[in-house]
Design a protein around this ligand. Structure first.
Ligand SMILES: *Cc1c(COP(=O)(O)O)cnc(C)c1O
Length: 377
């Protein structure tokens, strides 16, 4: 038993929603060596470590390029800019997501348009998105929520038919696949990842990446993240400072080897919860679409009395997450600056019922059993 397991088994200790330090402790030797190599190299911003990681991700996803940036938020913002999206444009997206999905659209001067979600996967409903398209719509931005991919085939068809860009918010879905085995992030014109410390591929700080199969877009992204500098070093156009740190890239390169194994562990935890929830009335396990490619970044149940379930788990020392209690069109930062297309009934319904349970890969057996015990109790 490791030290972490010992601590986790103590009943006085709360069961957390995430504990990134446990990932580090599993890989301490490799990560320490990788970090020391970067420190010794003296190359701390961009450089070989970043290029290697970018290429490894691009290869894995079967696309031409990966461009490392400072965060998932910047991945979205720069992808939208790189695609030429700006003032006067509309982007159709999901109202049931993390705030950055909408604020990055606002950041580039465009308007988020919200269409309702599919009640099974909680992802943007392609039919509702199609209805939401207006004269100013230039892009579709589905989110692969909780590690389960949105059904992209209808979005691809829609984007092709209407001449729209398709951008994937894959911040919660590194490692996820769809029913035909295609990988999250590698399908749209641009795929945006976050490596925030609790995500399925996690840095030791902020980091993000855009992948694309379009070399011209990759070139624009490389300039945008680095003050507009092109490969020759000339200041060739607009830009900002949002570069991936070499230290983060080195850590991410080590963890990339473990992403699939850790997704497998989360799937096992999810199956263990599914099993006990069959006997629990009023609490429904996450409804999984076909394909089995869900990586369970979150394990999100729907409960008739969500607040009571949350209070009961809290009293038993178990942390839970409310993702998301308030849909984006009602967030103060977004309200009044967006367009709401049609009724968002499924979104509102989900926002009242969802509750996320601890499912991270390094959850111990004892912690998992404690949560299962409270669910059936
Ligand atoms: C985490 C997240 C982001 C933002 O990523 P950061 O790295 O935290 O900036 C964007 N979209 C979604 C859906 C996320 O979960």
């Amino acid at each position: 038993m490791t030290g972490a397991d010992n601590l986790a088994a103590s009943p006085a200790r709360r069961v957390p929603m995430a504990d990134p330090g446990r990932e580090y402790r599993e890989l301490r030797t490799e990560i320490d060596a990788a970090v020391r190599r970067v420190l010794d190299s003296g190359r701390y911003v961009l450089g070989d470590a970043v290029t290697r990681f970018e290429s490894a991700v691009a290869r894995r996803l079967g696309v031409r390029a990966g461009v490392g940036v400072g965060s998932g938020t910047d991945a979205l913002r720069l992808a939208l800019s790189g695609l030429g999206i700006g003032p006067g444009d509309e982007v159709v997206t999901s109202p049931f997501s993390f705030i950055a999905t909408a604020t990055t659209i606002l950041d580039v001067g465009a308007t988020p348009v919200f269409a309702d979600i599919d009640p099974i996967t909680l992802n943007l409903d392609p039919a509702a998105a199609a209805e939401a398209i207006g004269e100013r719509t230039v892009a579709l931005l589905p989110v692969h929520l909780f590690g389960q991919m949105a059904n992209l085939a209808p979005f691809e068809a829609l984007a092709a038919r209407r001449g729209l860009a398709l951008v994937e918010d894959a911040a919660q879905a590194f490692g996820a696949r769809d029913a035909s085995g295609r990988r999250a992030g590698g399908i749209g014109h641009a795929g945006c990842f976050s490596f925030y410390p609790t995500k399925s591929l996690a840095a030791a700080g902020d980091a993000g990446l855009v992948v694309t199969d379009d070399p011209a877009l990759a070139d624009r992204l490389e300039r945008l993240r680095n003050h507009g500098r092109d490969r020759s070093g000339a200041l060739a156009g607009p830009g900002t400072n949002s570069r991936l740190d070499a230290l983060q890239a080195a850590i991410l390169e080590v963890k990339l080897e473990r992403v699939d194994e850790w997704a497998e562990r989360r799937r096992a935890h999810a199956a263990a919860y599914d099993e006990v929830l069959r006997a629990v009335e009023g609490v429904r396990p996450p409804a999984v679409g076909d394909g089995g490619g869900h990586i369970f970044h979150q394990y999100t149940v729907r409960a008739d009395d969500r607040d009571a379930l949350r209070a009961r788990l809290d009293a038993a020392g178990i942390d839970t997450g409310l993702f998301y209690a308030r849909p984006l069109h009602r967030e103060p930062a977004v309200q009044g600056r967006c367009r709401v297309a049609g009724a968002l009934d499924e979104t509102e319904h989900a926002a009242r019922e969802v509750l996320s349970l601890p499912v991270f890969a390094h959850l111990s057996e004892a912690e998992l059993e404690r949560v299962r015990g409270v669910l059936v109790g």
